[in-house]
Structure formats: structure tokens, C-alpha cells
Design a protein around this ligand. Sequence first.
Ligand code: PLP
Length: 372
Amino acid sequence: MTIPLIDLQAQYATIRNEVRAAVDRVFDTQQFVLSSEVQALEAELARYSQARFAIGCASGSDALLLALMSCGIGEGDEVITTPFSFFATASAIARVGARPVFVDIDARTYTIEPERIEQAITSQTKAIMPVHIYGQCADMDALIAIANRHGLALIEDAAQAIGAEDRGRRAGSMGTIGCFSFYPSKNLGGAGDGGMLVTNDPDHAQRLQMLRVHGEEKKYHHQLLGINSRLDALQAVVLRVKFPHLEAWTRERQRRAHQYEIMFTDAGLRQKVEPPLVRNDGRHVFHQYVIRVPEGQRDHLREYLRANGILADVYYPVPLHLQESFAYLGHHEGDFPVAEAAAKETLALPVYPELTDQQQDFVVSKVVAGLK
Ligand SMILES: Cc1ncc(COP(=O)(O)O)c(C=O)c1O
């Protein structure tokens, strides 16, 4: 038995006919770029995310870049973010010419630690970019208070967190701009790359719509220096077929996550495996189900699971401040010890909606055997 981290073939089997009909629809119209399908998806996701505006773009990475551009961030500016995320979070900051300033994370939620932020703020700081990692929101009340106190933009990297909530508010809608990814393995994944920005600010909405098409409002008249980052109609129709299932899929992820916790307790594993901390004032959408295993045992357990067909994986093995491409920032091992420990001790287990009871039993039995 092979159990992947996400089974997109199993998902496709449930929506195959709808997807193929939708793809045919696009070919029949030959409207491939942006189009009314993209506009319809934007309207659906704005509503879903409790935001006034949604702007489709080519990827989650581009969404972060466009958000920074819309906030006017560039050379000489600093943006505070987490060292424990996918590379795109910090590379977007560097790509606009600004400096990523890392602040360590909370040891249980893996999101940026608000209490450490103010000591990192300088006269160059322009924004805070929290990441709702694994599908759980950062502590947005604290972040909003800091951003307001210091006049900073707040850009939510919600790539992993569509539908997540913090005290009743949806991911992406709480800051200045929120960014989503439709990479195929995301909770709402396309058939390739895609992304979306959401905002409640009409000025940002208008600017983002221009920035994604080389800064033009009227064809061939370029008021801003933008980029080419449009969402394709083919992606939009695939996403629109999947979107009505998102809530049910999210509930299945949550049910599986809850089940894991019960099964670990029943198996007497709670001393050896720390299940994820789920904030009781939020909604965790479990993009990943990440357990914590004491240092030294994690790599052994991962290899043991993989040898048994369970494709458990590590997100992320190298914190951003220790990435080679950020060597110029001058960081060393020990600078952000909480993130560094998380990189050594976390392990993602399969949690996708189509996971069966039998598969989950198998995963837990192998975690038990692997930690003996
Ligand atoms: C936290 C985070 N930020 C940004 C991205 C970038 O998104 P994309 O792969 O769509 O460019 C991803 C996912 O890949 C992500 O997980």
C-alpha cells in the first residue's frame, strides 16, 4: 500500500466529467486569458474570503510579489516575516529589492511570534508578512495592533490557508492584502500554477488589477510598472468545479486530523508524538497535518514510514534565514532557534479528504512501530 501526502488522482475521479466539460467550454470559446470565468472565480472567492475584492494572478508567489508592489515596497525598505515558511514568502520581499527581516515563531503554532516583532521594527520597516502556516492563522489581532501602531502594511501569506479563520474572520481578509496559491496540492488546487489576491481596499484592488497586466488600465497605456501575471481561464474553470467541494473537503481534513489525535492517544504515543496545537479561537483547515517528534527520531521515523509506502515529508527542512540565497543577510545557525528546532522535529502525515479509515489505521500503526 502506498499512501501519498495528497491523492489528487482520487480527487479527480470524483469530478472528472465536470472538469472535462469545463475545459471543453474554454476551448469552445477560445478565451484563455483572464476572461469571464476568472471574473466569476474572483467573485466567488472574494465572498468566500469575506473580502470586497479578489484579483486572480499567475501563482501564489506572484500574489506576494504583487501585494508588495501595490504597497509601494522596494529598495531600502524592510519587511518583517517568519523564517519558517516556503521560500516564496521571503524571496518575494527580496525580489522587490527590500530586505526580509526575520522574527522567530511560536513553538506550538509555528506562526510568527507577535511579541518579538516590535524589537525588529526600524525606520525602514514598511510591512509585516505573516504566514498562516499549515492552514492555521497567525495571531492576527496582535499583528493588526502592531501594524496600526507603527503604520505598517500587513500582507497575509494565506497560500496554505484558504477558508481558515481567526476569531471568525477569514484568512486573507484581515490585513491590507491577502495572498492565495492554487498550486495543485493546495486545499483548492488548479491544474497548474495560479494565485489570487484579496483586499477590502478599493485603491489596492484597482492597482493590483493594473499591476498584473503590465500596469495598464487602458490597453497599451501603462501608468505603472507592472508584470505579466494573469490567471488563465483553464485554471479558473478547474478551480470553479472544485470550489463547491472545498467546505466538505475541509471538514474531511479536520475530521482526519481529530481522528489522528485520538488514535495517537489510544496508542499511548502522546509522550513521543506531539499533535498540532489547534487554537480554540480559530479554524484550522489542515493543509498539512504536522506532528512533532523529538530531535533525532524525526528523520528515522520519516525514513521508516517511507520504507513502508507512507510518503510523510518535512515542511520545511531548512529555515529561510539559513538558505544559501539569503547568505547575504548574514544569519547563522542559532539566530532563530524556535524555527530551527521546528525544521528538525516536524513531520507531515497524510491528511487529504479521500484518505480512508484503513489507510489512516495503517499510518498510525507504522508511526507506532517506527517510534519503538
Ligand atoms: C506559504 C506559502 N507561500 C507561498 C507559496 C507560493 O505559492 P505558489 O507555489 O503558487 O507560487 C506557497 C506554496 O507553494 C506557500 O506554501
